[in-house]
Design a protein around this ligand. Structure first.
Ligand code: MN
Length: 492
């Protein structure tokens, strides 16, 4: 690491941002310096750290890409350009058109633009993390908007890159703004639970430690606290039944090698009764994002349900830092192999990144690429659609226009009279597709209809609709048809 080069970047950024202030009232330079620190903690390489320091200069100050290229070289300039393009892209996806062929799928385009160098995405994630940490300085409507987008786009992205620490922090920071009441409720619940479990957990830790020492296994054991947002999501899956959440308490055992992982699993099962169907071997079968670990849920002598996560140091490092860690270790090899046209330098589960990088490189060289061949299942179960203003809304595959409308706001959902998809009038039975631009037409005279139940896919929209219909039933005994609907010709 060349300290002088980094200090020079700090000096350049300081001068460029001179006189600018953040919403918190602090000098603007506080932000790029915080991004620098985050990237350093993630173990990123020198060029990435320098680009992180300069990431807002081209967009917000008089500094040009040529200045950066002259002072810090092509690689840094390329990264800064990528981050700048990314924010432009997010404000309506304009710039990307200049070097990407037309495709309807804005999200794919965005990913390809990024994929040119995945470090662009890592800088963007660091940038977003600091903005979330300082979100309290923004007005409430902006807070909600940024938090929602982080929860729906950036935290899942961190998860797909197996950056566990980042995912948890981003999700919890965002969730606090998206649903403050629920956040406070669940946080209290977790704290109470942990407190009540503290003593018996300590005993379990001692029992396990004793048994492992007896077998001469080198290990580290510690408790892991469940994040608020992941508990929220799990509860939603289990009909809010907290008794079905088996990993509220978890202990993590970190060992030296894979053989020891399985030994530890055996020892734990000899101490406590494993729960049926709760043993997961993510070592033999890693998760899609490359996560590896053994999981087992056991019932202790005093009837406590505890999850154990057993993994090697490397697996643990990778689970917490993910792509950043892997990038750090593979950087040299990555550059070499990339020049040779090889793409097998990343864990199999992250091969899509290589694929993305190769594709982007080919596009930049002006070569033809069939984007349909690119299989990026970054968000396999999701689609991303856009409001006419370019805001990204994520929905499950199979979602319909009413799901989109209710996701925006129940005020919008309740008054839908029609929908335009990609600028054309469409109907409420039309499944939304990745990249669609969806415009909802409303009328304040419109009210929800019983028949809408057949035109809804998500449980969120269904519950909003049922909420309205039930209330209506109680008040009028039968839902009334809307006599004067000026938009009837739209065939709602
Ligand atoms: Mn920034």
């Amino acid at each position: 690491m060349n300290k002088e080069r980094i200090e020079k970047a700090v000096a350049v950024a300081k001068e460029a941002h001179e006189g600018q202030f953040r919403k918190t009232g602090e000098p603007y330079i506080v932000h790029p310096l915080a991004v620098k620190k985050i990237l350093e903690e993630w173990g990123m390489d020198e060029d990435t750290i320098i680009a992180g320091i300069l990431h807002d200069t081209v967009e917000d100050t008089g500094l040009t890409l040529d200045d950066i290229r002259r002072d810090f070289g092509e690689s840094v300039a390329f990264l800064v350009d990528g981050v700048t393009k990314l924010s432009t892209a997010r404000n309506g996806m304009r710039d990307i058109d200049t070097y990407l062929p037309a495709t309807k799928d804005n999200f794919l385009r965005l990913m390809i633009a990024l994929g040119a160098d995945i470090r662009v995405l890592i800088i963007k994630l660091a940038d977003r993390l600091h903005n979330l940490r300082t979100l309290s300085a923004l007005p409430p409507d902006k807070q909600k908007k940024i938090a929602k987008e982080s929860l729906e786009v950036f935290a899942p992205l961190a998860d797909r890159l197996n950056m566990g620490l980042l995912r948890v922090e981003m999700a919890d920071l965002s969730f606090k703004y998206v649903d403050p009441k629920r956040y406070a409720e669940l946080k209290e619940l977790i704290e109470k639970y942990n407190k009540s479990a503290e003593k018996s957990l300590q005993k379990i830790e001692e029992e396990v430690s004793k048994a492992l020492k007896k077998e001469k296994i080198k290990f580290k054991i510690s408790g892991r606290v469940k994040s608020v947002y992941s508990l929220h999501k799990k509860l939603a899956k289990h009909n809010q039944n907290i008794n079905e959440i088996y990993d509220l308490t978890a202990l993590r055992v970190i060992v030296d090698d894979i053989t020891d992982c399985y030994l530890v699993l055996g020892i734990i099962h000899s101490l406590y009764t494993p729960m049926n169907g709760r043993i997961k071997d993510y070592i033999a079968m890693p998760k899609q994002n490359g996560y590896q670990s053994l999981h087992t849920t056991v019932i202790t002598k005093d009837k406590r349900v505890v999850e154990f996560q057993i993994r090697t140091k490397e697996m643990h490092e990778y689970a917490e830092r993910g792509l950043a860690a892997s990038f750090y270790y593979n950087e040299q090899k990555l550059t070499e192999n990339y020049k040779k046209g090889k793409i097998e330098h990343l864990p199999t589960n992250l091969l899509w990144i290589s694929e993305l990088q190769m594709t982007a490189a080919r596009l930049r060289e002006g070569k033809k690429v069939d984007l349909r061949k690119l299989k990026i299942n970054l968000f396999a179960d999701k689609i991303f659609v856009y409001t006419p203003k370019g805001d990204i809304i994520d929905l499950p595959k199979g979602a319909l226009p009413l799901d989109f409308a209710y996701k925006l706001h129940s005020e919008i959902g309740d008054h839908v009279v029609g929908v335009k998809i990609n600028g054309k009038m469409s109907n409420l039975n039309k499944k939304l597709e990745q990249g669609d631009i969806v415009e909802i037409l409303t009328s304040k005279n419109q009210t929800p209809k019983q028949s809408w139940l057949g035109k809804i896919f998500t449980s969120h929209a269904r519950s909003k609709l049922l909420h309205y219909l039930n209330r209506e039933n109680r008040e009028h005994h039968s839902p009334e048809p809307n006599p004067k609907n000026p938009h009837k010709s739209h065939k709602v």
